[in-house]
Design a protein around this ligand. Structure first.
Ligand code: ADE
Length: 364
């Protein structure tokens, strides 16, 4: 594989360890490609019991929900943050279902004009949940409208123009806001302070993901054995959304190549190899990113903007989608001068690490 960066240096893949050749970049964030919407809906857990993982958060939520029921007040506003695909929206749906209220789902980029947020706040009924995805992208005006709504359940509406402008204080029903973000640090202080619970969603363990996979497979009528589920789990970047996508892809592979038999470890392995997903769950872009740091920048540090240009991925995708898992796996480290590949990254790619130049040479 040859990639050109902005300096027109060629970057050679020095023998990525365990993947098939000619692996093209795939869109990790192609959230629901090929996923039949009704199936997608059916596999979403609806209760805490069905929802696997995030046990510390679930425990906190169960107590908060029970307390709010006992006090007969709406649930405190909640902020969930963490990498995409870990189940922030799903959990908001579970909470609504457990409380027995309706949930309205929107995302900050679609609340562009003041009337968008005002309209949605005025349409809520008492106790309902408003879910705002990507809440760090809320504009200043929408934020200002939201503050009194969150705190005291009213909004200030202005009518008229210039000298004759009038402000009217209008009550809104008592609601619970659930905000979700991949970037808690990008939220303004005043907005963050108005959430009663702020919680990070954690990456899933292989065991948890194997449970998610077996549950989804059952609903989708896909046969899979324990080892097959574990193989998919270990290549799913610790992320249920990806696990659910890979079951479908493995089922397709099993159907075409093996007459639809049960997904075994071997079938899962072949299917995922064919998708260029390696034994750690890295795809072509992950490996290209590591190779770029190692081969072109002596292991780093290198700025994310440079990586973005060289890979042709936008900075946000690198920061939100690729980096969190590479950091979690200890394959890259963040320094204040940029990203650095760790020794583990060299080892994974089969590139020898030397202290003098950070790299050089292949493993024998
Ligand atoms: N599907 C996606 N996320 C899930 C989870 N946390 N538990 C069960 N099924 C899921």
């Amino acid at each position: 594989m040859i990639i050109s960066d902005d300096n027109n240096k060629n970057i050679k893949n020095k023998g990525a360890s365990n993947d098939a050749p000619k692996c093209k970049s795939q869109d990790l964030e192609a959230k629901e490609v090929d996923f039949d919407k009704t199936y997608e809906k059916n596999i979403r857990p609806k209760t805490f019991e069905e929802y696997i993982g995030q046990s510390a958060l679930k425990d906190t939520l169960k107590i908060t929900i029970e307390a709010s029921k006992k006090r007969n007040v709406p649930l405190d506003h909640l902020l969930f943050y963490g990498p995409p695909g870990l189940g922030k929206t799903t959990l908001a749906g579970v909470i609504a279902n457990e409380i027995g209220v309706n949930i309205k789902i929107t995302s900050a980029p679609s609340l562009e004009r003041p009337r968008d947020i005002i309209g949605i706040l005025m349409s809520l009924k008492g106790g309902e949940i408003l879910f705002i995805d990507e809440i760090h992208r809320l504009n200043k005006v929408a934020e200002e409208i939201l503050y009194p709504a969150m705190e005291d359940f009213f909004i200030d509406l202005t009518t008229g123009k210039s000298q004759s402008v009038k402000t009217m204080r209008v009550p809104v029903p008592k609601f619970t806001l659930i905000g979700a973000t991949t970037k808690a640090g990008a939220l303004s202080g005043p907005l963050r302070d108005r959430f009663g619970i702020i919680h990070r969603l954690e990456f899933y363990t292989i065991d948890e993901l194997a449970q998610v996979i077996k549950r989804s497979a059952k609903i989708l009528n896909i046969k899979i054995d324990d080892e097959g589920a574990k193989e998919i789990a270990s290549r799913s970047r610790a992320t249920p959304r990806i696990a659910n996508r890979l079951i479908k892809r493995s089922a397709d592979y099993a159907l075409v190549k093996f007459d639809g038999k049960i997904i075994t470890k071997q079938i899962a392995k072949e299917a995922l190899d064919s998708l260029c997903i390696d034994n750690l769950g890295l795809d072509t872009t992950d490996r290209a990113l590591l190779e770029l740091i190692i081969n072109n920048y002596d292991g780093g540090p290198v700025g994310v903007e440079t990586l973005s240009v060289a890979l042709g991925e936008d900075v946000r995708t690198i920061e939100d989608v690729y980096e969190p898992f590479l950091l979690q796996k200890g394959l890259i480290a963040r320094t204040n001068r940029g990203r650095r590949a760790t020794k583990l990254a060299y080892k994974h790619l089969g590139i020898r690490y030397t202290e003098q130049n950070g790299q050089m040479g292949l493993f024998d």
